[in-house]
Design a protein around this ligand. Structure first.
Ligand SMILES: C[S@@+](CC[C@H](N)C(=O)[O-])C[C@H]1O[C@@H](n2cnc3c(N)ncnc32)[C@H](O)[C@@H]1O
Length: 239
């Protein structure tokens, strides 16, 4: 390793609070043109590729009348709302919301995931929606106090992983593993804080069987596996 590379590696190790050059299951690679997280046990590399067929198909199929997430975010609006995605993770939902026309402030407390998301936005200049996503690194419980308020705040806190998982679910399992290194703030407090800051409403994604994270929602949009709980913050809005 050259001296410059060594200095850069030391500074990255400090920035991400990670040990340098030690045998480990997870290895964070940052090169001049590449950035990925390697899981040396499962032999997997994690980076964000928005050209993946599953992601592209979801974008092509999604419309505001049929896609529950978009229905929950837009409600009756015809113009795109401003949105804070308070738990952006690998940014799949942020991308879908931006693809439908909204500007999205994507907040992520895990600095590795936030860096992968920033890298994805820089790489995917051919995907127009990526120009409408702005990434903020930090815990949304604090970020929401300082960011300009938005019409809608979306929260999708951690999903418990299942034993057998499809590729997209493996991303969630990696997020779960990383959360042991960078634990997020309590999800109930996040939703409570979101309800104080949204101009119009808060959308919370839950497993279909899980109870609400906050008080009884104003209403819910139910799917087979997930449910979106909607909290109206502007009491003048009619259901
Ligand atoms: C289930 S994942 C979100 C997946 C995301 N909706 C997507 O489409 O890829 C939850 C993510 O939210 C982040 N998170 C949880 N609580 C947070 C908080 N209080 N502030 C910022 N990020 C948070 C976690 O680090 C994790 O990356």
């Amino acid at each position: 390793m050259t001296q410059i590379a060594q200095l850069r590696a030391e500074s990255i190790s400090k920035q991400y609070h990670l040990p340098l050059n030690q045998p480990a299951r997870l290895i964070w690679h940052i090169g001049t043109h590449t950035m990925y997280l390697e899981d040396s046990v499962n032999n997997m590399r994690y980076h964000i590729d928005w050209h993946e067929p599953l992601i592209q198909q979801r974008l092509i199929r999604a419309n505001k009348k049929s896609e529950p997430l978009l229905k929950a975010i837009w409600r009756k609006k015809s113009t795109p709302p401003s949105v804070i995605d308070a738990t952006s993770g690998f940014g799949r939902d942020s991308l879908l919301i931006a693809h439908a026309g909204a500007s999205v402030s994507a907040c992520e407390q895990n600095p590795i995931i936030a860096s992968l998301l920033k890298d994805a936005i820089q790489k995917h200049t051919d995907i127009e929606a990526s120009s409408r996503i702005q990434v903020h690194t930090g815990d949304s419980i604090e970020l929401l106090q300082t960011l300009p308020s938005a019409d809608v705040i979306y929260c999708d806190p951690m999903f418990p992983p299942k034993a057998k998982q499809a590729k997209s679910k493996k991303d969630l399992a990696m997020i779960q593993t990383l959360s042991t290194i960078y634990p997020p703030g309590p999800p109930e407090l996040l939703v409570r804080t979101a309800c104080k800051h949204a101009k119009s409403h808060v959308v919370v994604k839950r497993h279909a069987n899980n109870p609400p994270l906050h008080t009884k929602p104003s209403y819910s949009i139910e799917g087979k596996l997930v449910r979106f709980d909607i909290y109206l913050c502007n009491q003048n809005e009619l259901l």
